[in-house]
Each structure stands twice: as C-alpha cells, then as structure tokens.
Write a protein that binds this ligand. Structure first.
Ligand code: URA
Length: 471
C-alpha cells in the first residue's frame, strides 16, 4: 500500500499532481492510501504494484466538480476521486453517468461543498480591529463551516473586501488578507474569539443587509442553521429588526428573493416613522438602521454628510458610490477625487464645507462580482429627503451647491432638465439659494477629452462662484 500524505494547505493542487503522477505510473486505486495526518504512521509505505499507465484527461467541468468535491470533510474523498479519475481515464465510465455510485456520491458531496461555501459567504461576520493610526481598516471573523472550505471560500472575500485587511479563522485553516495578499495558515487557536471584542461594525453591517425573510422560522432553519447563530452577535438586534420590519417580512416571505429585483424592492419599501432626537453624533447609527426605502436594506452602510456644522456652503451629491459605501464617507471615490481637484482650482476648501448626498445609501445592481451604480428614483429621493432636511437644519448653509439631477430634485422639487438649468440659482421651499451644477461622475463619463475639459471648466467655475457667494 502506497501512502500519499497531502498538506493541509493546498491539498487540492497536491492531490491533482499526485493523482496524475500515480496514474501515469499505473498505480491502482486500491493500493493508495491518501491521508492528511501529520502523525508518523507505522504502516506508511512508498511501494505499490503497478498496472497499465493511465492518462488523465478531464473536461473543465469534470475537473471543477472533482476538485470542488475534495473540499468535503469525508476522509475518503481523495481516494474516491483518484479511483474515479482512473476509471474515467480507462474509459470505464463517462462523466455525468448518474448510474455510477461513486460519481453520484462525488457530485453530491460537491453540491454540499457548494452550499457550504455559499453559507460562509453569507454568514461570516467581521469585527473591526483597526489599530490606531493604521491606513487600512482591519477586520476579523470566526466561522465554523461544515467542511474544510476556507481556501475555496476566501477569494470571494478578497474581491469583496479588497481594500481592507482581514482575517477569517475557522477551526482548521485561517485565511489572512493583508495589504492585498491572501494567505492561509493552520488555525492555532481552535476556539472562537472572545465575546467582548468590538461588534459595532458587525451589527451595523447586519442591520443593513438584514433580510426579514430570515425571521421566518422555516427560512431560518434552512438558510441559517442554528449552529451558526452563536457566531452572530447581531442576533441581539433581531427584536428591533422584527419590530421595524414586519411589513417587509410578510411580503418578502411570499417572494423570497434575497436581493429583490427593482419592482419587488419597491413593493417591500417601508414607511417606518422617523426616529426622534437624532443628533450629528448619532445620525450614522440611525442611517445604518434606516429601512425607509429598499436601498438601505442592501447597501453596506449609510453615508452621512461630513464637514463643519458652521459651514456656509453645503455641497450635495447624488448618493454614495461603491467606494463610499465601503468607506462610510461621502466623495471618497473617483467622483470625489475629481471634485477635490476642481475644488482646489476654484479655491474651495473642503474642510470648510459640509459635503453630503441627497440619498444616503448606495443603490446598485449586482453584475457578477461588480456592483453597478443605479440612479435612485423619485420615490427613493423623496424618502431620503428627510435626512437631507435634517442636515440642512443643522448646518443652515448660506448656499447649497446641488451637483446633478438628484440633489436638484430633492432640494427644489423640480425634475426639469439639469443641463439647461446648470449655472442657475433656484431655491428650496424655505428660500435657501441652490446653485445648480453638473455631477462630477457625469464629467468622468464624457468620452471626448475636449468636451470633458470644457465641462470641467464650467464645473470649476460653478464651484468658484459658490465660494464667492459664501465669502
Ligand atoms: N457620487 C455622489 O454623488 N456622492 C458620493 O459620495 C460619491 C459619488
């Protein structure tokens, strides 16, 4: 019997190369013992009888299914997969032959692995652990999957949280994403981190992706098995979420989309009464919990305005973009960079300006791994106006600069063509002057350099005019 000892990290690639080597040497499946045990093994041997060599040639799908099944916890998985590839190589079975017990079992386990990965993507909860003064935010999470899937599940988090450092520990492996590099190590400590770690971000995140369907006992049982609950400190939020979400829950139970399409999302919008006593210090936490419209249910977090409450100038954009949704601050992405550079040319000091958005959450549509910006509709703008009005009341600006059609509608109530209104001053219903200009994202989208330069010059001139009015 030949013993093949696979590493705990990178075991799939190691299995692949060992399987090819052994098949080429004609080592029969029943003479190979596959193990990941470190312990010295008295019966380990490097010898086995030989049969005819087998060339392994698999379709992409077959290779994917076989390798995915190797993330299963079944100790027999490596042996089963090797036996199967030999039979496939010898032409004894065809891929997809469901009558074959071994193949059926492998495909079943591959499915279980897929489900487990999906659950890990959905239920990992990060705790913020950013050290003081660090320039990248850092997060940590503990998760207990059914199968050793950490290596298969981690790349998703690397894409989704690529601008942060994070660690996800599982009982077997720990995935580490530091400064953009993903690595794995064996988990040293086999218990979850202490309860008293900071869970603020964890809770915030949960409140924002909260899906009331999870309140349904049936849905909870199938979607969030009880054993995951102990790793969800946001379970404490559930009573409050239940209180604020019954209407959505009832309707979503019927529809059950985890990310509702636009029409369904509209149907589940709540008209929850606004909380009282919100202050500039607490607006963020209230925004994070806001479910007045469907956008808030899907974004990572709410993005309030930023700047001194004594500012004479208030700048209002449309809504946070992908970068702002992750950073929690307005105008930090590409549109923010263009705004900053034009502001510098116009003599506009952003530190003296209150910068905010008409809509406080990122509205997007998922496209593969990307989140594509979607314009908020009139209903959503109307719902979010409550927050903008609150900020306006705190700041009482001398002038508001509305960048684009969305803030123009929120502030003046008019949806007339913004290109024609650019550069003009209109008023809020209370009489605050509103200078209308283009949105920096619009400038970024202009395909022609000449047109973009001209539009940028007009935008900069509008900023300079705003500075002058507020001087
Ligand atoms: N676009 C906006 O309108 N606001 C932001 O904060 C970022 C991009």
């Amino acid at each position: 019997m030949l013993t093949v000892r696979l590493p705990k990290i990178g075991s799939i690639a190691a299995w692949r190369s060992e399987a090819r080597r052994l098949a080429a040497e004609g080592v029969p499946a029943e003479h190979v013992r596959w193990t990941q045990d470190d312990a010295q093994d008295l019966f380990a041997s490097t010898d086995a009888p030989r049969a005819a060599p087998v060339e392994i040639r698999l379709s992409k799908q077959a290779l994917f299914d076989i390798e995915s099944s190797l993330y299963h916890r079944d100790p027999q998985r490596f042996a089963r997969a090797y036996a199967l590839v030999l039979r496939l190589g010898r032409g004894e079975i065809r891929w997809g032959d469901r009558a074959d017990d071994t193949l059926r079992k492998l495909l079943h386990q591959r499915k279980e692995v897929g489900r487990d990965i999906h659950k890990m993507h959905a239920f990992v909860r990060f705790n913020e652990v950013t050290p003081k003064g660090a320039n990248r935010r850092a997060f940590a999470a503990w998760f207990e999957p059914d199968n050793p899937i950490t290596e298969a599940a981690a790349p998703f988090f690397a894409k989704r949280f690529g601008d942060m450092d994070w660690v996800i520990a599982t009982p077997t492996l720990t995935a580490r994403f530091i400064a953009g590099a993903l690595s794995f190590e064996e988990t040293a400590e086999h218990t979850r981190p202490p309860e008293d770690a900071s869970h603020d971000l964890w809770r915030t995140y949960y409140a924002n992706i909260f899906n009331p369907a999870r309140l349904m006992p049936e849905a909870m049982r199938s979607e969030m098995p009880k054993k995951y609950w102990k790793n969800l400190p946001e379970a404490r939020l559930i009573p409050e979420l239940i209180r604020t979400a019954p209407a959505r829950a009832a309707e979503m139970q019927a529809k059950m989309p985890s990310i509702p399409p636009a029409f369904a999302a509209k149907a589940v919008a709540t008209r929850a009464p606004m909380p009282e006593g919100i202050t500039p210090d607490t607006i963020k936490q209230h925004l994070d919990a806001c479910t007045r419209c469907p956008i808030g249910c899907r974004a990572t977090q709410g993005v309030p305005g930023e700047g001194p409450l004594t500012a004479r100038l208030m700048v209002v954009g449309e809504q946070p973009g992908d970068a702002e949704d992750l950073s929690g601050k307005p105008f930090t992405g590409p549109a923010g960079q263009l705004f900053d550079s034009c502001a510098a040319k116009a003599g506009l000091d952003r530190r003296q300006t209150y910068v905010t958005n008409a809509v406080k959450h990122f509205k997007f549509t998922p496209r593969g791994k990307r989140r594509l910006h979607q314009r908020p509709d009139a209903d959503e703008i109307e719902h979010c106006k409550w927050w903008l009005d609150l900020e306006r009341d705190w700041v009482k600006p001398r002038l508001i600069l509305a960048m684009g059609a969305t803030p123009a509608l929120a502030l003046t109530g008019s949806s007339r063509n913004i290109t024609r209104r650019r550069g003009t001053i209109e008023h809020t219903p209370e009489g605050t002057p509103v200078l209308l200009t283009s949105h920096p994202s619009y400038l970024l989208r202009l395909p022609e350099a000449q047109a973009r330069q001209e539009a940028e010059a007009r935008f900069t001139a509008d900023l300079a005019r705003a500075v002058q009015i507020c001087a």
